[in-house]
Design a protein around this ligand. Structure first.
Ligand SMILES: [Zn+2]
Length: 444
């Protein structure tokens, strides 16, 4: 790397590292370039991550019709992707290409401090040239569309009457950025192809094109050990930003309502309202969608659209099998698009049942037989675990609000919880009484 930094600069850098007790290793990002390979077009940057021994291409690929949408003037996407691995390993970043002025400022000023605090690490130095020299004026509005509750409510918010103000969705997007399979590169790519196939009927119905982005970014994250929960938002933003010649605006579906904000060391989505809109450039504006809605409110919003039962796909069977503990139970004997008994299916169906009573219109897409077999056990779980699960908390509130009769298992849990609360209250009263007596007679 002496060639890049120069001898003097290298010595200065070593002195800086010594003073700041940092590693000498760095991450180098080359100027992005575009190449056609087989039937895809690639946006590529050569990445050298000295700590993790990664000296390979980092790439995004799209279908040929999106060639002119790929942004090679700025290395914005690649900087977003390397930020967390750099913070985690204490490496500075040097970028051999301009970075959009707005994004670079936001990363240095807000995004990096939030993630450094979250990961319990020191902030790093980013060597890059800020620029706003090239403007694209992209007219496209992208919207992630996995057809789950979050993405469907985002789509409807920005596609219907409410969204006809220049920010209405023009493209449905699907990204292979980790959530489609994190165990190997090929399965992520295969899942992307399957997801595009699944989205086609919806795309035909709403008459919008699908823009699918493949990437090897997940392989890089496996190498550097930054989790999907830490990096989910930045990975998604990076994929969308790679197409900033097309997407002047991009609708990002919020995971939590803004009043559910919490500083989390494990899941950066809890804090998305603080930094997601800052993942923007002079050419690309990230819109955090539905920050005012909880998951139950989003479910209530989408169920009012007559077409929802035909398209809703809120199932975790694949992700649980491939990403979380390799648990294949929900995939075994799966008869419909939605398995009906993974946590996400049960959450969605229980909310729909509470909100509209009859859920038989979801029969074609969901295995309702499986849901009914596991429903009572799930309601008991909601009451047992609601204190540390925000979605269960919402469902519990809805159950109480709707005065739904509880199954015996849940009744027993509520009885025990009431008993524990009464004992706690009695113990507290005794403690306060003892304290009063001690103060009065013993002057303690
Ligand atoms: Zn499922």
């Amino acid at each position: 790397m002496t060639g890049i930094l120069g001898k003097m600069a290298c010595l200065q850098y070593r002195e800086y590292c010594r003073l700041n007790k940092k590693s000498f290793a760095m991450i180098y990002i080359s100027h992005p370039y575009i190449e056609e390979r087989a039937d895809r077009v690639y946006l590529i940057s050569r990445l050298l991550d000295e700590t993790h021994g990664w000296n390979e291409e980092l790439w995004f690929s799209v279908a040929p019709e999106y060639r002119e949408s790929l942004c090679e003037d700025y290395a914005d996407s690649f900087l977003l992707l390397t930020l967390l691995p750099a913070i985690k390993s204490g490496q500075d970043i040097k970028v051999d290409a301009p970075i959009s002025r707005r994004l670079l400022f936001n990363i240095r000023n807000t995004i990096q401090p939030i993630f450094a605090r979250m990961m319990g690490k020191a902030q790093i130095r980013i060597e890059a040239e800020p620029s706003d020299a090239v403007l694209y004026h992209g007219k496209g509005v992208g919207c992630g569309c996995s057809l789950g509750v979050d993405s469907m409510s985002s789509f409807l918010r920005h596609f219907g009457q409410e969204g006809k103000d220049g920010y209405h969705v023009t493209h449905l997007t699907l990204f292979n950025s980790g959530q489609l399979g994190s165990h190997d590169l090929q399965s992520g790519c295969d899942n992307l192809i399957r997801s595009v196939e699944r989205l086609k009927p919806f795309s035909d119905a709403v008459e919008l094109p699908i823009c699918a982005v493949d990437s090897n970014l997940n392989a890089y994250y496996i190498a550097n050990g930054v989790s999907l929960l830490h990096s989910f938002v930045l990975r998604t933003c990076a994929c969308a930003m790679a197409l900033q010649k097309l997407f002047g605006n991009y609708v990002y579906a919020s995971s939590y309502a803004v009043h559910q904000f919490e500083f989390s060391m494990y899941d950066a989505s809890h804090m998305e309202s603080a930094y997601a809109p800052l993942c923007s450039t002079e050419n690309f504006n990230l819109i955090l969608s539905n920050p005012d809605m909880t998951r139950v409110e989003k479910t209530d919003y989408i169920r009012r659209w007559a077409e929802t039962p035909k398209f809703l796909q809120a199932c975790w069977a694949e992700q649980v099998a491939y990403n979380v503990g390799h648990d294949t139970r929900f995939l075994e004997g799966k008869k419909k698009v939605n398995c009906g008994w993974c946590d996400k299916c049960k959450r969605t169906l229980l909310a729909l049942e509470l909100l509209q009573g009859d859920i038989s219109m979801y029969e074609d897409q969901y295995d309702l037989e499986k849901y009914r077999a596991h429903r009572d056990e799930f309601i008991a779980r909601v009451f047992r675990e609601y204190t540390h699960n925000v979605f269960y908390r919402e469902l519990r509130e809805l159950i109480l609000q709707k005065q739904m009769p509880l199954p015996p298992m849940a009744q027993e849990i509520v009885r025990r919880q009431k008993m524990k609360a009464a004992l706690r209250s009695r113990a507290m009263k005794m403690f306060m009484l003892c304290k009063k007596i001690c103060r009065r007679f013993l002057h303690v």
